[in-house]
Write a new protein. Structure first.
Length: 274
C-alpha cells in the first residue's frame, strides 16, 4: 500500500461528529497548489462559488456555472489528501427542483471525487436537502447572508442585527439540521444569534462573520492572505501578501530588462563529453 493510500480523508460523518468538540478549521481553495498548502492544517476545504469573484473578477457569484465548480473541484481534490473537500453548488444548478439538485450534485460527486456539496438556503431548501441526503449526497447548508440571493436581498449586509429578525434565521438553521445536513455555514449574522443557533442545532455550525462559539470557522483564503482589495468586517488578514508579490514581480521585471536574469544558475549548459 502506498503512503498516499494510508492517509484517510475526513468524511462528512467525521465533521458531523465534531459537534461541540475541537473547532473545525476550514478555508476556501480553488487550486491544487493552495489545496496542498491548506491540507496540512484544515479539516475541511471548501471550493466556494466565491471563485467567481476572487478568481474571475465577477461582481457577484450569480454567473458561476457548474462546469466552473467541477473544474476547480477536481484541482482541489488533486492537491489534497486528508481534508474533506466540499464543492459549492452554483446559482441555478439546484433551486428548480429536487431532481435538478440531485442531477447537479451527482455530477459534482462523480466528476470531482469530492466528499460533499454545499447549497444556500434554509427552510426553502429543506425538502431538497432531505432528498439529496436520502440518496447518498452529503449536504452542507448555508444560512444567514446567502450571496447567491444578492439580486433579491439587494446588498451583502449582515443579518439578524435586530433581535426581531432572529426567528426566521433560527427556523432556517433548524430546517437545514432536521433535513439531514451534516453541518451548516452561518454567514454574516449578529454574534449572539450565531451563538444561540450553535447551542440550538445538533449539527456543527461553521461561522464566517458568526461567533467564536460556532463549532468551526471558515474564511476565503485570498481574503485572509491580504490578496483581496475590499474585505468584509469579519475577515482577519493574517498576512499581507500583496506587497510581497508586487516586489517579486517588480524585481523580476527589472532583472529581465537589465539582462540580470537568467544567470548561469538558471540555464542549461551542454552535456560534459567524456
Ligand atoms: O463561496 C464561498 O467561498 C462560501 C464561503 C464564504 C462560506 O460560501
Amino acid at each position: 500500500m502506498s503512503i498516499q493510500n494510508e492517509i484517510r480523508r475526513l468524511t462528512a460523518p467525521d465533521i458531523r461528529s465534531r459537534k461541540g468538540g475541537e473547532p473545525i478549521v476550514s478555508l476556501t481553495s480553488y487550486h491544487a497548489h493552495t489545496a496542498r498548502l491548506l491540507d496540512a492544517h484544515c479539516d475541511l476545504i471548501l471550493v466556494g462559488d466565491s471563485l467567481g469573484m476572487v478568481m474571475h473578477g465577477l461582481e457577484t457569484t450569480v454567473p458561476v456555472t457548474l462546469d466552473m465548480m467541477i473544474l476547480q473541484g477536481r484541482a482541489v481534490m488533486r492537491g489534497s489528501r486528508r481534508a474533506l473537500v466540499v464543492v459549492d453548488m452554483p446559482f441555478g444548478s439546484y433551486e428548480a427542483s429536487r431532481e435538478q439538485a440531485f442531477m447537479s450534485a451527482a455530477r459534482v460527486l462523480k466528476e470531482t471525487g469530492c466528499g460533499a456539496i454545499k447549497l444556500e438556503g434554509g427552510r426553502r431548501m429543506a425538502e431538497t436537502i432531505a432528498f439529496l441526503v436520502e440518496r447518498g449526497v452529503p449536504v452542507m447548508g448555508h444560512i444567514g447572508l446567502t450571496p447567491q440571493s444578492i439580486n433579491t436581498i439587494g446588498s451583502f449586509r449582515a443579518q439578524g442585527r435586530d433581535e426581531a429578525d432572529w426567528g426566521p434565521i433560527e427556523d432556517d438553521a433548524r430546517a437545514v439540521a432536521d433535513a439531514g445536513a451534516f453541518s451548516v455555514v452561518i454567514e454574516a449574522v449578529a454574534e449572539p444569534l450565531a451563538r444561540r443557533i450553535t447551542a440550538e442545532v445538533a449539527i456543527p455550525t461553521i461561522g464566517i462573520g458568526g461567533s467564536v462559539a460556532c463549532d468551526g470557522q471558515i474564511l476565503v483564503l485570498e481574503d485572509m492572505l491580504g490578496l483581496s482589495s475590499r474585505v468584509p468586517k469579519f475577515v482577519k488578514r493574517y498576512t499581507d501578501l500583496g506587497p510581497s508579490i508586487d516586489k517579486a514581480v517588480a524585481d523580476y521585471a527589472r532583472e529581465v530588462r537589465s539582462r540580470a536574469f537568467p544567470t548561469s544558475e538558471h540555464v542549461y549548459p551542454l552535456k560534459k563529453t567524456v
